[in-house]
Ligand binder design. Structure first.
Ligand SMILES: [Zn+2]
Length: 168
């Protein structure tokens, strides 16, 4: 289970719309407990991959270190990463899997179709070594507390879209 506020959810989806037709990427700071990962802060990262930014993403080591340092001050850890798939489904690719090395972290992918954020899915990287790692589908729980009623019903509708998207 990955928990995040509606504002953070919107923020990472909007990032993908802004960088379209290129991929966006970023870091999720938060806490991990028995219920899963909880996002407390979304950090946008520059996509340092210039060779093929439409289907590859990469977060610079310096950005990771800075995020980790910033997080520690606030008692937060890196609990996940997000990126977008311009005109591609919100499923992990072989490259995404090969480049995922943070066990226990949530990897969030948003499909951007024609510049519009569509389905957002999360995948938990299970395992303790490269040999036995695996991505597992992870449910998203979007906290709409404090969000105006009309926006909240919009969010509820979107989470239905997420589940429907999983089936196709
Ligand atoms: Zn990807």
């Amino acid at each position: 289970m990955l928990r995040l506020t509606f504002a953070d959810y919107e923020s990472l989806r909007a990032h993908g719309e802004e960088t379209y037709p290129h991929e966006c990427c970023g870091i999720l700071l938060g806490n991990n407990d028995s219920a899963g990962n909880s996002v407390k802060q979304v950090i946008r990262a520059g996509n340092t991959r210039s060779d093929s930014a439409h289907n590859r993403y990469h977060i610079a080591p310096e950005e990771l270190i800075r995020a980790q340092r910033e997080g520690r001050k606030a008692g937060l850890d890196i609990i996940g990463f997000y990126h977008s798939h311009p005109d591609h489904p919100a499923r992990w690719s072989q490259t995404d899997f090969e480049e995922a090395h943070w066990f226990g972290c949530s990897y969030v992918i948003t499909a951007i179709e024609q510049g519009q954020a569509r389905i957002t899915n999360s995948f938990l990287l299970k395992g303790t070594s490269e040999d036995e790692k695996a991505f597992e589908d992870e449910a998203l729980e979007i906290d709409v507390t404090g969000v105006e009623e009309n926006v909240a019903s919009h969010a509820a509708k979107m989470s239905v879209d997420v589940r429907e998207g999983d089936k196709t």
